[in-house]
Structure formats: C-alpha cells, structure tokens
Design a protein around this ligand. Structure first.
Ligand code: SAM
Ligand code: SF4
Length: 332
C-alpha cells in the first residue's frame, strides 16, 4: 500500500520531520535559551524506542522522506548515536543539527550509524564573542570539529544567526569559509522566540546581507529546492556556497513541507505554531496516534503559524509575547 501523504488545508504536502531528542544543551545561546530555562525530567522525554516507533509511522504510513534530529543539543543525549542508527535504518535522508561542542567524541560512531550530513551552528570566529553569545567557552572546539567533519567527508552546513551589532561585521569571514572548504554557510535572520529579547531593529535582513557581501564579492544565485527554506548563492569558482534563511523579512511558508516533534513528543506543524498535539501521551496509552497527526497537519496555518508578518512598523512586543516557547525547547 502506498503511503497516505500528509496534506494540509492549503494543499501543502509534508515530507520532512524535525525531531528534537532532548531539550537540554551544553551551551546557552542568548538568542535561543532564556537564562532561567528549566529542563524536562528524563521520564517526560521520548525514549529511544518511542522515537523510532513514531518516526517509523511518519515514514512508512505518511511518506516522510527527510528526518533531522535536533534539540536542545542532540549530542548531550547518551543514546544519540543509537537513535541515528535506528532512524537511518528507515531509509530516509537523515541529518543532525548540532553545536558541535562534543562532535569529535561521536563523529566516527555517527558516520558508522549512517549519518551523511550535519548542520553545525557557529555565529562568530572570535573566541570572546563566542563566549558572550553562547555564555560558555568553546569556539576552538567547535571550529576544530567543523574541520573534522569536513575531513571525514560529511556534507557540512554551517548555521549562523546574524544579529545587528553582534556579529553582522563577520559575514565576509563566513563567506571566506566557502572559498576554503566545500561548506554550505547559511545565514539565518534572527527570529523572535520566548525570552530571547528579539527586536525588529536587531534583525540584519536578507537584503542587507546581500548588499554587504555584494560590496566585496560578485556572486551568483543557485537553484533552490522548492521546499528549501534557504536562498542559495555562490561566489563563482569557490567550492562552498552560502545561503540566507529569511524567515523574518521574506518568509517561505508557501513551500513549507516541515513538521516538528518536540522532545516530549508534542507535534508542532510550524516553528511559530501556537497549538501542539501531545502524541506521546496517547502513544503511551496505546492509542492510535494517526488521527492526531492528521488533525494537526490539517490545522496548519498558511503563514508563520498564524502570526502577523514581521513588518518593521508593527509593535514588536506583541510579536515577542506571541511566541509560546523558547527555541531551545522547540527544536530548530
Ligand atoms: N543545539 C543545536 C545547534 O545549536 O545547532 C541544535 C538546536 S538549535 C535550537 C537549532 C538551530 O536554531 C541553530 O542553528 C540555532 O542557531 C538556530 N536558532 C536558535 N535560536 C534562533 C533564533 N532566535 N533565530 C534564528 N535561529 C535560531
Ligand atoms: Fe543550545 Fe543550539 Fe540553542 Fe545554542 S542554539 S542554546 S547550542 S540549542
């Protein structure tokens, strides 16, 4: 029997699933985790077996073809490699998003378990600035681990949240990385989430980024996958690429095919969703979770989880309050 596609009321079919496997983290990035963040007790997290079973339903019953593991920091979970092994056996395109603080300890096992691509977050090339942004030391380790992942032949994307007055002066250094390595740098516009002191004036926009880079390099536009969140570019002749994820100034909701599962097994149909569906409790009671999944997808809003567009003239505090969770507990 062929899988039943998960199509929402706006006609979008969903084939991509982000699974947060833990809400804890070994960094505390200011844009992601509030200082007083509380973490879930272990028994509330999905177990390895529950993650595998729920993911299998999405893949085999609903035709999901892409799964990305995230968190919190996925590699702080002791069974992260086993989870990668379980999910790669489902035959999906499997990725992992990590801060790479402990990647060297797990890299060979992750590759052996079937991981082919990795997204590594790095916002600066300055060790002191790294400490201010993440509230921890670790620049040297993360930088070295990006090199290690490239050396081992993984497809590496580097995620950089660009914040005005914080790291917007480092864009060209990141573009330089695409001359040095076949790496895919993705500049992410700073997004509003609970407790991250977002303000529209702190968003360094897609247009500003291109203007800044274009003042030094000529670059060309690359074709984007219809479901891609990133608009990709390349300096001709350089082995890597760079892209911009312009959620704030140019949302890409019409092509969105993503669904999310939080670490405690709640399904979210959008990063900015106000509603969640508790799949794990129903699963633990032995109930059929398929109707819950289908209802969640059907309820998906056309844009930004129903938030108004992030226009500069809007009252920013309103947007800030509208985000129900910090990013660390959603799973980006
Ligand atoms: N700990 C892992 C990491 O940092 O890569 C995975 C989880 S983290 C929540 C996933 C991604 O979300 C990271 O690339 C991070 O930079 C991004 N992110 C977190 N808060 C953000 C925000 N306010 N705006 C834009 N991106 C954000
Ligand atoms: Fe942790 Fe990643 Fe959030 Fe930074 S962005 S606090 S590394 S989950």
């Amino acid at each position: 029997m062929s899988p039943a596609p998960l199509t929402d009321r706006h006609g979008r079919t969903h084939r991509s699933l982000r699974i947060s496997i833990v809400d804890k983290c070994d960094l505390r990035c200011t844009y992601c985790m509030p200082e007083d963040q509380r973490f879930l007790p272990r028994e509330e997290l999905m177990t390895r077996a529950e993650i595998a079973a729920i993911a299998r339903l999405f893949v085999e019953h609903y035709g999901v073809t892409k799964v990305r593991l995230t968190g919190g920091e996925p590699l702080v979970r002791p069974d992260a490699v086993d989870i990668v092994r379980d999910l790669s056996a489902l035959g999906v395109s499997l990725g992992l998003t990590t801060n790479a603080m402990s990647l060297d300890k797990h890299l060979d096992d992750l590759i052996d378990a079937g991981l082919g691509s990795i997204n590594i977050s790095l916002d600066t090339f300055d060790a002191e600035r790294f400490r201010r942004i993440t509230r921890r030391d670790g620049f040297g380790r993360v930088r070295a681990n990006i090199g290690l992942a490239l050396q081992r032949g993984l497809r590496v994307k580097v995620n950089t949240v660009v914040m005005r007055g914080v790291n917007d002066d480092e864009l060209l250094r990141f573009v330089e990385l695409t001359r040095e390595h076949p790496v895919h740098v993705r500049f992410i516009e700073f997004m509003p989430f609970a407790g991250n002191r977002w303000g529209r004036e702190r968003v360094y926009t897609h247009a500003e980024m291109l203007g800044h880079i274009g003042s030094v390099h000529s670059f060309e536009k690359l074709d984007d996958d219809p479901h891609s969140t990133a608009k990709a570019y390349r300096v001709p002749g350089w082995p890597g690429t760079f892209a911009v994820i312009s959620t704030v100034t140019e949302p890409f909701c019409s092509g969105c095919d993503r669904l999310r599962l939080t670490a405690e097994g709640r399904m979210r149909n959008c990063l900015f969703a106000r509603e969640e569906t508790d799949l794990l409790s129903a699963f633990r009671r032995g109930e059929d979770i398929a109707p819950l999944i289908e209802a969640n997808v059907l309820a998906k809003q056309a844009m930004l989880g129903g938030l108004p567009p992030f226009r500069p003239e809007r009252q920013q505090d309103v947007l800030h309050d509208l985000s129900v969770r910090p990013m660390v507990s959603i799973g980006g």
